[in-house]
Every structure is written in C-alpha cells, then in structure tokens.
Design a protein around this ligand. Structure first.
Ligand SMILES: NC(=O)c1ccc[n+]([C@@H]2O[C@H](COP(=O)([O-])OP(=O)(O)OC[C@H]3O[C@@H](n4cnc5c(N)ncnc54)[C@H](O)[C@@H]3O)[C@@H](O)[C@H]2O)c1
Length: 303
C-alpha cells in the first residue's frame, strides 16, 4: 500500500473508532456467547473473585477456582452450583509460587482441558508505608499481584494462541494508574500488572492472534474488606456486586479497558495534562494523602 492510501485508511479508521466509542455510550455492545468455555479465576475464594464466579455460573461455562483459602474456595463452588453452573472444580493453589502454578495448571488440563478464559484476580495489600513494610511482605505483594500473572499466562496462553481463541483478564486497580501515598508496593505491583497485560495484548495482536481478547480492569476502592478503614474517599467506594457485574460485562463485550467508576477516565486525563504541583494540591485538598492512615484491611479486622 502506498503512503496516500495508508494515510486515508488511518483517517477513515480514526473517525470510525471515535464514532464507535461515542455510540457505545448509548447502545450496548453485543455480548459474546461463552457456553462451553473453561473459565479460571485466581483468588476465587472471596470478594471480587467469588462474585465474578457467580456472574459466570449461569452462562454455561465450566468454572475452575484457584485460591489459597480452601474453605472460601469451596464455598464459592457451592454457591456457583446453587446458581446452576454445570461444572466447577476448586483447587488449592498459591499462585505466587511458579512451580505450584505449573503443577496445578497441568492438573487442570488433565481434569478439564484447556482454559479459554483466564482471570488473574488474586491480590494482597500490605497497607504499610514503604519504609515500614518488611521486605518479605513487599516481595510477596509483587509475587501475588504481578508475577502470578506471568506464570498463569505461561501455563494457559499457549493453548489459547494455538486455537486463536480465548480471553485474558487482568484485575489491576486504579492504584495501577495513579500512585497513592502509603501504597508504594501495591501500586508498583499493579502498575506492573497493567504494563504486563498491555504488552501481552499487543504481542497477541502483532502475532495475528486477534482471536485471543484481553481486558484490563482498574477499579477504584471496592467494599470487599481489603481496604477496610481507609478514607476519606475522593470517589465513592464501589459496591462489589456492581464491580463483578461490570467486569463480566466487559469480558462478554471484549472491552480492552475497564476503569471504574467512569470518572476515573476523566481523572486519568487530568493527571496527564495538569501541572504536577496542581495535581498534588488537588490530592491534598481531597484528603488523598491521608487515605491509608486508618488502614485496617482484612487481617486486623479479623483479629
Ligand atoms: N478491594 C478493593 O478495593 C480493590 C480495588 C481495586 C482492585 N482490587 C483488586 O481486586 C482483586 C480482588 O480483590 P478483593 O477486594 O476481592 O480482595 P479479597 O481479599 O476479597 O480477595 C482476594 C483473594 O485472593 C486470594 N489470594 C491471596 N493470595 C493468594 C495467592 N498467593 N494465591 C491464590 N489466591 C490468593 C485470597 O485468599 C482471596 O480469596 C485483587 O487483585 C485486588 O488487588 C481490589
């Protein structure tokens, strides 16, 4: 193709994609049929992971649930059966442990077959200022929130690529787009998860594997208990059922990015264009600097 044709094509596609995005505000995109797909969710034993499993339960998929919390995982499986899922298997798997991921992945392939929808959801937070956080907890945060995505993708992407069919989902966070005072290790792990997922998505496109879809999810804080005690909130804290519903909708409509709430798209644009001193001032004004001061999280709450 010559330069003129390529430029005309770019102009045409630019207009088309902008119009398509505008129309999406008014017209719902068509949902794909996931009957028969094998959906693996890490961190399915509670919170958002459990709710995503329950959203999928009525859609004709086989569910594969991974967690270090065996009891929670079994409870998710029980609830999914109640909701009518045909097949559900739960596995004890520490997805921060590469060898364990590969071992349990092989077991899944023997038990059920290839995974076609992989949801990297497991996550932890230390909730300590960087200089107060023990090295072991910092390492664990990176291992669970980031490195586990590498190992699950290594295990399950080859089959998706071979079939040119599947979906890879990264549950990151708004803290993977904007730094937060008191969340250095968590933010670093989520920024890395976003960078990894975005790059793998491009690698899939560049190698012609456009049948393997990708979705990156960045929610603001969600009322699951993970960030209990934190505040004040710049944006309203999100309802877990709403978040799970939006995530599954984004998967079924092959949405590449999901930022929740919608005002996050606007905040991201502001972050890119406003003077840095002003963004700091705005953060101070809205109390974002104190957000982690009263952090309790799950552990302390349970004590
Ligand atoms: N809650 C929020 O405010 C919020 C906001 C944005 C993003 N997120 C992200 O959403 C995801 C789910 O969070 P949640 O709020 O449901 O938290 P949650 O604590 O309810 O669930 C996390 C699950 O991951 C499991 N898990 C932890 N370490 C694991 C490991 N090594 N291997 C396997 N499973 C492991 C836990 O047992 C738990 O069941 C996390 O990645 C989190 O970072 C949460």
């Amino acid at each position: 193709m010559n330069f003129l044709l390529e430029t005309l094509e770019l102009v045409f596609l630019s207009i088309y994609y902008i119009l398509e995005t505008c129309l999406r505000f008014f017209i719902r995109a068509r949902r794909k049929n996931v009957t028969g797909e094998v959906v693996l969710i890490t961190g399915a034993g509670s919170g958002i992971g459990r709710l995503i499993a329950l959203e999928f339960a009525g859609l004709g998929v086989s569910l594969v649930l991974w967690d270090i919390n065996q009891e929670g995982n079994k409870e998710t499986a029980r609830l999914a059966r109640e909701k009518g899922v045909a097949t559900v298997h739960s596995y004890l798997c520490d997805c921060s442990d590469k060898a364990e991921v590969y071992r349990v992945a092989d077991q899944v392939k023997r038990d059920i077959g290839d995974v076609s929808i992989l949801i990297n959801n497991a996550g932890i937070v230390t909730g300590k200022k960087f200089m107060d956080a023990p090295d072991s907890l910092i390492e664990k945060t990176i291992e669970v929130n980031t490195m586990s995505h590498f190992w699950t993708c290594k295990a399950f992407l080859p089959a998706m690529m071979a079939n040119n069919h599947g979906h890879l989902i990264c549950i990151a966070s708004s803290a993977g787009l904007i730094g937060v005072n008191g969340l250095a290790d968590y933010c670093a792990s989520k920024f890395a998860a976003v960078g990894f997922a975005e790059s793998v998505a491009l690698e899939l496109l560049a190698t012609g594997k456009d049948g393997v879809k990708t979705t990156i999810v960045c929610p603001y804080f969600v009322n699951t208990g993970m960030f209990d005690g934190c505040g004040p909130n710049v944006l309203p804290i999100l309802d877990p059922d709403y978040v799970a519903n939006k995530i599954v909708d984004a998967i079924l409509t092959n949405q590449a990015y999901l930022l929740l709430p919608r005002s996050l798209y606007f905040l991201m644009a502001l972050k890119s264009i406003l003077p840095d001193k002003l963004t700091v001032q705005l953060g101070m004004y809205f109390g974002a600097f104190q957000f982690m001061d009263a952090f309790q999280g799950r552990a302390k709450k349970a004590q």
